[in-house]
Design a protein around this ligand. Structure first.
Ligand code: NAP
Length: 309
């Protein structure tokens, strides 16, 4: 049986792994279906303390992983579908295996939200619809693309895409950006980015080969419909927490975020089970706050194991 199993390898999971490993608890880290988490799909991270010139998201996560491994954290690529958390031994089931542990830190993060419109699923991946400019931007060199959303992610994606694309149309459902001031100003000052306000995307339209050729949008004020030609559709409308295996077992809010227990930021109703990062934080959702929660969860877990484990 393991001392601690950590679910997820974003900033929260890696930081928990560093702390647990340095406490000689030899944590087992299950990497999930997106090793390295959301930051691996980000280009430049400018606000993580300690990097005055910024750092590439992938490089940051790779550093955290190496730091955890250096102290004895072990990594396995597996995805937990179902958990049994009552009793002294916590059981975590993947499709092929049951892992047993005294304690668990849940840092499963959040996944990109989709629009749920016709054409989105059909063209997702290689056919024009994506949620990751860093991953897919270069495929759209000299082409026209749209970005959907008005937050920091949408601005970041749009700015990144200007490196490759001939034109970037930013479609937002309201008439002002939700993004932080600095990102909003940078985005709106960029000549290659054309904002389309008060517009909802209703469908992704395909050409005869099944590749994206345009989006149909409707203006929310005039109800007027139009088409915006584009080869790429980058959806950046926020995230949904990855908490399905814990439904009915731990406290979740109405949007599926894990709710910590009894005034703590990281404890749950089940002793020995802790939460950290975006799966339990819909307020701050930053790399540095996720790392902080990972640290807290590991310290709480270490103390609990010393007393109860
Ligand atoms: P977000 O801040 O929640 O913004 C989501 C955007 O998508 C909002 O503008 C929202 O519109 C729009 N939206 C949501 N559902 C929609 C739908 N069904 N149809 C059309 N539009 C929809 O999410 P985020 O941009 O991913 O950012 C998440 C967190 O990460 C934030 O705290 C952000 O500051 C942080 N972040 C920081 C950086 C950075 O600092 N470099 C980069 C990326 C993210 P409304 O505005 O109308 O609600």
């Amino acid at each position: 049986m393991e001392n601690i199993i950590i679910l997820g390898t974003g900033c929260a999971g890696f930081t928990a792994a560093i702390y647990a490993a340095r406490a000689n608890l030899e944590p087992l880290v299950l990497e999930g279906d997106m090793p390295g988490g959301q930051l691996t799909t980000t280009s430049e991270v400018e606000n993580f303390p300690g990097f005055p010139e910024g750092i590439d998201g992938y490089a940051l996560m790779d550093n955290l992983r190496k730091q955890a491994a250096r102290f004895g954290a072990r990594f396995v690529n597996d995805y937990i579908e179902r958990v049994e958390l009552d009793g002294d031994t916590k059981q975590l089931h993947s499709a092929s295996k049951c892992y047993e542990s005294k304690a668990v830190i849940i840092s499963t993060g959040a996944s990109p939200r989709l629009l749920g419109i016709p054409g989105e699923k059909e063209m997702f991946g290689g056919k024009g619809v994506t949620t990751c400019a860093t991953c897919d931007g270069a495929f759209y060199r000299d082409m026209e693309v749209v970005v959907v959303g008005g937050g920091d992610s949408a601005c970041e994606e749009a700015l990144f895409l200007t490196r490759f694309c001939s034109k970037v149309t930013l479609i937002h459902r309201r008439d002002e950006l939700r993004a932080s001031k600095i990102m909003a100003e940078r985005t709106l000052a960029c000549d290659k980015i054309k904002p389309v306000w008060n517009a909802v995307v209703e469908e992704v339209l395909a050409d005869e080969e099944g590749l994206a050729r345009a989006v149909s949008v409707r203006n929310r004020q005039t109800d007027e419909a139009s088409e915006i030609p584009c080869k790429g559709v980058f959806i950046a409308i926020g995230h949904v927490p990855n908490t399905k295996p814990f439904e009915g077992i731990l406290n979740l809010d109405e949007n599926g975020y894990l709710v910590p227990f009894n005034g703590s930021m990281v404890k749950t109703i089940v002793p020995g089970v802790y939460v950290a990062g975006d799966c339990a934080d819909h307020v701050y959702r930053q790399a540095i706050t996720a790392a902080g929660m990972g640290c807290q969860a590991a310290i709480e877990c270490e103390r609990w194991l010393a007393e109860e484990g």
